[in-house]
Unconditional design. Structure first.
Length: 462
């Protein structure tokens, strides 16, 4: 590359090279860049995204392709000629290829699978046969295995022979002649021992393994608890089927986080980037929850209607309805967010419900008392500075403060217990989040508010 070209920004270099239309120069330029930088070029120059992948060496192209978002991957596959697509798909690691194919319509998948080499086709069909969101969909059959009677020198010969095609060589797997997993040994243990030692001498017969039917979120917890970069996947008969690596788990964690955030906002999870979701599909994802919440809010109307006579007698009570509703909804949303996050991080389980309830009741009371005092002084100040609330302002302030304590405490209880209940029933706790809890607390909060006001103001204003 010339000195003048090197002084330009990456984007300027790319524009200069692409204008030459020299395929060899373009390939050399792209292959010299970091994978992440090439991915940035794909996003920045969508008109060249197919050309960028097509001009790269197939190994580098596959490395870029697997870190692109799904919509860009789909566009590139659509633009590439069949022979280039075949080379790219065959070069992709089996787990990344499966992850891509499972997002496509079945008729497209059938056509793309035809482009695979026989062995790669067999592997892909096997992985696609496992349940969605299972470990089986993420595992790769590319790993290095050895036998107990191998020497360390023979282990390194095996690594040199097969290591370049393996997903990782940080861990070497020990199997017997039946293909059963006996142990997994870190490569550092081989490096730190003499070449003539046998593998069996390094084995401790202790290993952690996953099963292909395990949920992907379960695998994330296992990785986190055991500080591993790769874990073996075994069948029920202990046959080594493949391995799963930390990079796949990081993608899973990212997707789960995005899904939970969307659910916490009161919408179904989106499988594609926001701008790539068709408008009608976006409508369908959001309208169901809105209908549920809309119908739920009609219960609020029913609650208010049942206290219509009370409202007519003490009009001031209606002034504080937004305050009461927001206090309960906010406290419930806070509690739900904390509990959902703690469940996701494994800090708590459903069995801890009684301890959680005790903490939230106490927290709710403290927060409710604080807000109740504020509410009382708002009434007190409103009367003395603006002449509001009439001669019984002390009773009204006391009723409002007491109702706030009850509503906030109830909100924290609902917000903390509902995610645990859904978890116990096998549902996703994230679906109990902000909008749902806010609606639920709105209804019950009004009942608490009007009930408290009726008891404390009866015989005075009512």
């Amino acid at each position: 590359m010339s000195l003048e070209l090197e002084q330009l920004t990456l984007q300027e270099q790319f524009e200069a090279v692409i204008k030459t239309e020299d395929k060899l120069q373009i390939r050399n330029f792209l292959d010299d860049q970091n994978i992440s930088d090439v991915a940035d070029l794909v996003y920045e120059y969508p008109e060249y995204e197919g050309n960028i992948i097509a001009h790269m060496s197939v190994h580098r192209a596959a490395s870029v392709f697997k870190i692109l978002d799904l919509s860009t991957q789909k566009t590139i596959i659509h633009e590439l000629p069949a022979n280039t697509t075949a080379s790219l798909l065959n070069e992709l690691p089996p787990d990344d290829r499966t992850d891509f194919l499972e997002e496509l319509p079945s008729n497209v998948v059938r056509e793309l699978i035809k482009l695979l080499d026989p062995e790669e086709r067999k592997i892909t069909l096997s992985l696609l046969g496992y349940p969605e969101n299972s470990i089986g969909r993420l595992m790769t059959p590319d790993y290095v295995y050895v036998y107990p009677d191998n020497t360390i020198e023979e282990v390194f010969a095996t690594i040199r022979k097969y290591g370049k095609d393996s997903e990782t060589i940080n861990v070497i797997y020990v199997i017997n002649n039946k293909g059963e997993l006996l142990d997994d040994i870190r490569i550092r243990d081989f490096i730190l021992n003499t070449p003539d030692r046998k593998v069996a001498e390094l084995m401790d017969d202790r290993f952690i393994a996953l099963h292909p039917e395990d949920d992907q979120e379960t695998a994330a917890d296992v990785f986190k608890m055991n500080n591993r970069v790769a874990l073996p996947v075994i069948s029920k008969s202990n046959k080594l089927l493949g391995i799963i690596t930390i990079d796949d788990i990081l993608w899973v964690a990212s997707e789960e986080f995005s899904e939970d955030m969307q659910k916490m906002g009161g919408t179904a999870a989106l499988e594609e980037p926001y701008l790539d979701v068709p408008l009608l599909k976006l409508y369908k994802k959001r309208i169901v929850w809105l209908i549920i919440l809309f119908v739920g809010e009609t219960l609020t109307i029913a609650a208010m209607s049942s206290f219509q006579e009370t409202l007519e007698q003490v009009l001031v009570l209606s002034t504080f309805i937004p305050l009461i509703i927001s206090s309960g909804g906010n406290s419930g949303s806070q509690a739900a967010t904390l509990i959902i996050q703690a469940l996701a991080l494994g800090e708590i389980t459903v069995k801890d419900w009684w301890q959680i309830a005790g903490r939230e009741i106490f927290s709710g009371l403290l927060m409710g008392i604080t807000l109740g005092i504020f509410g009382f002084f708002i009434i007190y100040g409103g009367h003395h500075f603006f002449g509001l609330f009439g001669e019984h302002f002390i009773r009204i302030g006391f009723a409002i403060g007491t109702a706030v304590i009850g509503v906030v405490t109830w909100g924290t209880i609902m917000g903390s217990m509902l995610p645990l209940l859904l978890k116990k029933l096998g549902a996703d706790p994230a679906t109990s989040s902000t909008p749902f809890i806010a609606t639920l607390v709105d209804v019950t909060g009004l009942l608490i508010y009007f009930g408290t006001a009726f008891l404390l103001l009866k015989g005075v204003l009512l």
